[in-house]
Design a protein around this ligand. Structure first.
Ligand code: VG1
Ligand code: CO
Length: 542
């Protein structure tokens, strides 16, 4: 029985960098979740009888929203839903499943690295048939629809048992509950030399992986432990929990500090890694050395040909604008295309579909390739392990050789979280107001060469995305970027991105914050961060 419920629009259903993210109680507001899902369906054409993939990162409220989404997909005319057992699908596994099954699209339920629980965060994102996040034209249509929506359709009846594998019927629609791991694990075997990695580990190479009580637990157990022989005790926090054990499942130097401490300590394993809530981010730490995500992208691009899936080389590399220029130097040497896109994986989809790039990355610990259309945490871990197995050198040796060849790009991001939204907007407007007059001025000890607000022209479909961050380039090659986050759920988060290239190997051993001190000082001089935010220091430094 299909029911039509009337609903009044919720004014705040604008998807951000990666879908709609709000506190759980907001999604629990009667009609809120349904209005958003209906707005998604109403913005799409031609899905009658087709397949929808549904899965999430297992956080609090995941199961409830999955049942709602299944009942609404049935009422709206989808022919089949594929859902991960227990409602679980990592974001890259969902992307793969959409592609492999020829689905019309998918709903991914996640707030990624944000904390979970009854008063914490939840999120819903729509992915299109290529497996990637909906492009801006679609997210804008969803938002526009949400502003005028007056009804939603839902099938009545019993919920689907998400815990048993098999095929069920729900209001005339087929629901297949599938193993969330097996297809993804099989895909990884096609890309990487599992025999070589197994031999590396058998030879005593020690790997520690922290799943942070998030979605990668079952994936890491199957791939790293069962297929590659990693000691199960070295896969930490492998059981997904609805509240991630009370932590932020954010693989950075603050929230994965225990891993950093282990890797810097006397009994450090050879390789340490972690992933986030939905399994699309990666943190890579070698014994005694943290690899910045921007460097990791450059290193993976330079070495990817050592893995079977990339043996013919890369078509091109893409990075988000705030990501450092380290990868650009690799692309230049390889003589391949380099693309600079706005923040968020949705901007890589067209380039990947058009064969204009093979590997993509973001400074926020996201790397991935054309094997799916999302960033992929375990993929990055496996590519690193494949490279280590072939080169038979330590992470530190590989990184230092890379710096010696290309120079080192010191890089850091300072986040000021949960600041007052008006203050954040005021700070950004103040910088923007003087962008045109900055060239030639001194900011601290640096001189501005040029400054602009980043606009992206998509070379594939010609679409234009404006206001994607404020860039200040200094004489001597340093760069400073200011942006407001599009994934937070309380107040605003100011992100300040800093980089400085150092060609001289004699100066590659500096501490990052010290090496960036002139750029950090210029950021304060230029933006008056302390005055605007009332904060003496960033909340998170990565
Ligand atoms: C952040 C990151 C961005 C990433 C996005 C989604 O966005 O900076 O690089 O693509 O999160 O990642 P923002 O707008 O807060 O800076 V995830 O792992 O949260 O899906
Ligand atoms: Co994520």
């Amino acid at each position: 029985m299909i029911r039509t419920h009337s609903v009044t629009p919720f004014k705040d259903q604008k998807p951000g960098t990666s879908g709609l993210r709000k506190k759980v109680p907001v999604f629990q507001t009667p009609g809120y979740t349904e209005a958003f899902i209906q707005s998604v369906f109403d913005s799409l054409d031609g899905f009658r009888g087709k397949t929808l993939v549904i899965g999430g990162d297992g956080r609090f409220y995941n199961r409830e929203v999955i049942q709602t989404a299944i009942a609404m997909a049935a009422a709206n005319g989808f022919g089949r839903v594929l859902v991960g057992q227990g409602g679980i699908l990592s974001t890259p596994a969902a992307s793969h499943l959409i592609r492999k099954s020829g689905a019309f699209g998918g709903l991914i339920l996640s707030a990624s690295h944000n904390p979970g629980g009854p008063t914490e965060d939840f999120g819903i994102k729509y992915n299109i048939g290529n497996g990637g996040p909906a492009p801006e034209q679609i997210t804008e249509a969803i938002y526009a629809r949400s502003q005028v929506i007056d009804r939603y359709l839902i099938a009545e009846g019993d919920p689907v048992n998400l815990d048993s594998l098999g095929t069920f019927e729900r209001a005339g629609m087929t629901v297949e509950v599938i193993d969330p791991v097996s297809d993804y694990a099989a895909l990884m075997e096609t890309l990487f030399d599992f025999d070589a990695i197994r031999d590396l580990i058998k030879g005593g190479f020690r790997v520690t992986f922290d799943a942070m009580h998030a979605v990668t637990g079952p994936y890491a157990t199957e791939i790293l432990v069962n297929r590659l022989g990693v000691d199960p005790a070295s896969v930490l926090n492998a059981t997904p929990l609805e509240d991630f054990g009370g932590h932020h499942p954010d693989p950075n130097l603050v929230h994965a500090k225990h891993l950093l401490d282990l890797m810097m300590g006397p009994d450090a394993p050879d390789f340490g890694a972690a992933s986030d809530g939905d399994g699309d981010r990666n943190l890579i730490i070698g014994r005694g050395i943290f690899v910045t995500p921007s460097d990791s992208l450059a290193l993976l691009a330079a070495n990817a040909h050592l893995a079977p899936g990339y043996k013919d080389g890369l078509k091109g590399v893409a990075r988000s604008m705030p990501t450092s220029g380290a990868a650009d130097r690799v692309a230049e040497k390889l003589g391949i295309e380099m693309h600079e896109t706005p923040t968020g994986w949705k901007f890589f989809g067209n380039l990947l579909d058009a064969g204009r790039c093979t590997i993509c990355g973001e400074e926020s610990a996201g790397t991935g390739s054309d094997h799916v259309r999302e960033k992929d945490g375990l993929w990055a871990v496996l590519l690193w392990l494949n490279i280590l197995a072939v080169r038979k050198q330590s992470v530190m040796e590989i990184v230092e050789k890379h710096w010696a060849e290309y120079g080192r790009t010191y890089y850091s991001r300072h986040d000021y979280e949960a600041i007052d939204t008006d203050k954040a907007n005021g700070l950004m407007a103040a910088i923007e107001g003087k962008l045109d007059s900055l060239a030639g001025t001194r900011q601290g000890a640096l001189t501005v060469e040029k400054a602009d607000s980043f606009t992206y022209h998509d070379p594939v479909d010609g679409s234009v995305s404006r206001n994607q961050g404020l860039r200040i380039f200094f004489e001597g090659g340093s760069r400073l970027v200011f942006r407001l986050s599009g994934t937070g759920t309380s107040g605003a988060t100011l992100r300040v991105y800093m980089e400085r290239h150092e060609p001289d190997p004699a100066r590659h051993g500096q501490e990052t914050q010290a090496a960036l001190a002139p750029v950090i000082a210029a950021a304060q001089a230029l933006a008056g961060i302390r005055e605007w935010t009332g904060r003496d220091a960033p909340t998170v430094i990565t």
